[in-house]
Design a protein around this ligand. Sequence first.
Ligand code: NAD
Ligand code: UFG
Length: 342
Amino acid sequence: MANKSKILVTGGCGYIGSHTIVELLQSDYEVVSLDNGLNSSPDVLDGIEAITGVRVVNVDVDLSQTEAALEALRAHGPFTGIIHFAALKSVGDSVHQPLRYFQNNIGATLTTMALMEAMDIPYLIFSSSCTVYGRPEKLPVTEESPIRPAESPYGATKQTGEILYDQFFNTQPGRNGISLRYFNPAGAHPSALIGEASTNQATNLVPVITETAIGLRSELAVFGNDYPTRDGSCIRDYIHVTDLAKAHVLAMDHLVQHKNQKPYEVFNLGIGEGVTVLEAIAAFEKSTGENVNFTISARRPGDIDAIYANNKKITEQLGWKPTEDIQSIMRSAWAWEQVRRK
Ligand code: NAD
Ligand code: UFG
């Protein structure tokens, strides 16, 4: 039997990394995780094992430390590809600690390139974000929409990552990469064995909804109802984390099977529908039967009124199609919240 392709998943103990590992293992890839626990616990490996029957090895090293990471990984190769999730992700924290974000996120990104050179790894997928579009003028955003000034140091790390990979893959024959620009990942694995479990306090809408419903927070503040949208609250494109994870497998297959037209490409990864904050709360209440105590509060600085994806490129070129919606996002997030607080 041919050896399976082995993928290095950086940030593999995190929210999206863990769900992607499950999809990779179920698609016949082998996986090694690299994660230093900056925002996660290795306990997630138990959940992955319960779902897939595979115990994944996690290499506990700081990816922004190039020499240490190289040293720690040498024994685990050869790798066919890297899926690079490891980063700090709080927009708000990044405003208070820009240098920490630059060192960690850009440092880790540089290390992935060093690994590709030193260990002769041909393919990479990068977790980018719709934040690279800043405050878009036209909706939905396509991959051709202009990249606008970053709204935060976090956003700057994603823009920088894309610029560096573009140059790297276009000057390195035989090496190919894809950046996936995520919209708003949410929800949990249908088994409720893994889900979002940040060690830092949650600030994203869906975990704040579930934490409020379960009583960990007394109320949810809706940040503004005076935006120029259909009900005054902000519009986002919520994508189920399992749909998101599956796109990484398709993207890696695409590179491995030499289907890419260019050495480096970017794809939007959203379902292409906008949902307001108030609609998201209503979807949670309807799909779970639980109440969410919310109040309308002031706008959150830096929020944009609306963003959602044109996902034509990824559906046509990678054959990706979302199968979940806001209701299943809410149901799965609620199931996970209940399991994790037991
Ligand atoms: P997460 O915090 O759950 O996972 C990131 C993982 O990387 C964590 O387990 C953390 O411990 C690890 N990590 C961070 N820095 C590291 C380092 N220097 N060395 C080793 N490990 C390190 O976040 P997530 O939601 O799973 O996000 C994954 C990726 O997707 C990130 O790059 C994030 O910026 C990007 N992204 C996330 C969202 C979102 O809303 N969740 C949206 C757009 C893009
Ligand atoms: N919101 C609330 N109350 C809360 C939390 C969020 O009203 O307690 C609202 C926000 O104002 C926003 C929407 O819910 O309108 C979604 O907010 P999130 O914090 O869940 O997500 P963002 O769209 O702000 O941020 C996401 C990712 C970032 C990424 C950004 C790009 O989390 O990583 O999209 O636009 F940079």
